[in-house]
Design a binder for this molecule. Sequence first.
Ligand SMILES: Cc1cc2nc3c(=O)[nH]c(=O)nc-3n(C[C@H](O)[C@H](O)[C@H](O)COP(=O)(O)OP(=O)(O)OC[C@H]3O[C@@H](n4cnc5c(N)ncnc54)[C@H](O)[C@@H]3O)c2cc1C
Length: 453
Amino acid sequence: MRRRDFIKTTGAVVAGAVILPNISFGSQSSKNVVIIGAGISGLAAAYKLKQSGVNVTLIEARNRIGGRIFTHKFSEENLTCELGAEWVGKSHTRLIELCKEFGLELQNHQFETHLILNGEYSKSGGWDFSPGWKQKYENLLNHFNSLQDGSEEKNNFDKLDWWRFLVNQGIPEKDLELKELLDSTDFGESIRQVSAYAGIAEYAESSEKNEMDYHIKGGNSRIIFKLADAVGKENIILKTKVEKVEQKNNGVIVYCDNGNKYEADNVICTAPTFSLLKINWQPALPKDYLDALNELQYARIIKTSVLFSERFWKDESLDMITETLPHYFFHSTKNQDGNKGILTSYAVGDRAYVLSKMNEQKKINEICKALKPAFGDIEKYAEHAVNYYWGADAFTQGAYAIYNKHQWLDVREVLNKNNGLVYFAGEHLADWQGFMEGAINSGEDAADKILNS
Ligand SMILES: Cc1cc2nc3c(=O)[nH]c(=O)nc-3n(C[C@H](O)[C@H](O)[C@H](O)COP(=O)(O)OP(=O)(O)OC[C@H]3O[C@@H](n4cnc5c(N)ncnc54)[C@H](O)[C@@H]3O)c2cc1C
């Protein structure tokens, strides 16, 4: 089964999981829906519902909308970088469509990858996987794409982790080291913690640059602001945390930390699993659902963006994979005018945690040290840095979900079930999991289910 088709197929299973009867409330215009979370999933759901005449109220715990889409502006220089979601993929059709609808320009954000390994620098094009492995890998991806959806052979990929699968295929040691360094930046933790199903689907079904294709001119948060305008800012309540959701026979009551409560015909909850588990659900969530929530982990990622007084790297399309603590780098200000520029370090797993413990100057030191084999002493150009460590984020405790072996097919299927009048959405449930596109798709799917109920 192709990743992108999976959710639609499981929709049939979902219907059987309803624990309270579905109630018809007559015309959609009389419906009230409360949406927990004003990230892109909640906003996309709200936009769709609003277009069908449904009254929506979004409740957001943070003091800002956007959740894991979080553009930072270095105001004096008029340069932006992303502390959350970075790339829009060529295959992310719904996001691209929304950008068009709202008049947002997509800029090229593709890079040519340089390498620092064993302290030695190789320019892009000056390093590669071994020819034998490259051919074998391509055959493996093609074979995966030829497999029947739902077939035993295809589903068996979920029984192994991505690292073990590659080892079993005889990947040479040096190629495996490169694969770990590169792929762990996609998943946010070691590939030893990633289902081989999720691993191979990621590369077999993605665009040539692995969905690292575009960026929204002016910052990805602009899609958030456009959606919020379309939904109506008066319908978005900030700095309010949902603490309890109680279902009665004919509706839902949502209780917030400030004592306010909201009545609704349906609720869409887009909270990541860490936050979702903190909500008091009445009636309680089914045991299999709770087990699945408890099983799923999120990746630890830190982004550290350093403003440099000069673009000493010369190559506007620079990105660089390294074995060092700051791990992976890319040029955030590609296509942004100016002499100054921003390089962002993207570190995952334990590296991210260690970096998060350092103060700003130490982080800058580590970043400059890591880049030294390529550019020499660059600390003199470093002005200052901003960072965000998602592993300690109060609402996600991670950047995005990471599906380990036995989880892609099993855990995700359970988490996609609705609970009576409450529907779940968010990045972690989507076929395009870990992407803005997936968050939009799952929000719109939840809206569709309500519209069709
Ligand atoms: C470092 C990083 C890099 C990424 N890179 C990319 C990329 O390059 N390309 C890409 O497409 N995607 C990327 N992503 C993923 C993308 O950001 C997410 O898939 C998407 O933004 C998730 O949207 P969401 O609405 O599902 O969740 P969120 O954005 O997390 O929204 C959920 C909202 O619910 C709120 N909430 C939680 N609990 C409660 C409560 N009890 N009451 C009220 N509100 C609550 C939260 O505050 C949050 O705002 C990246 C993410 C990170 C962190």
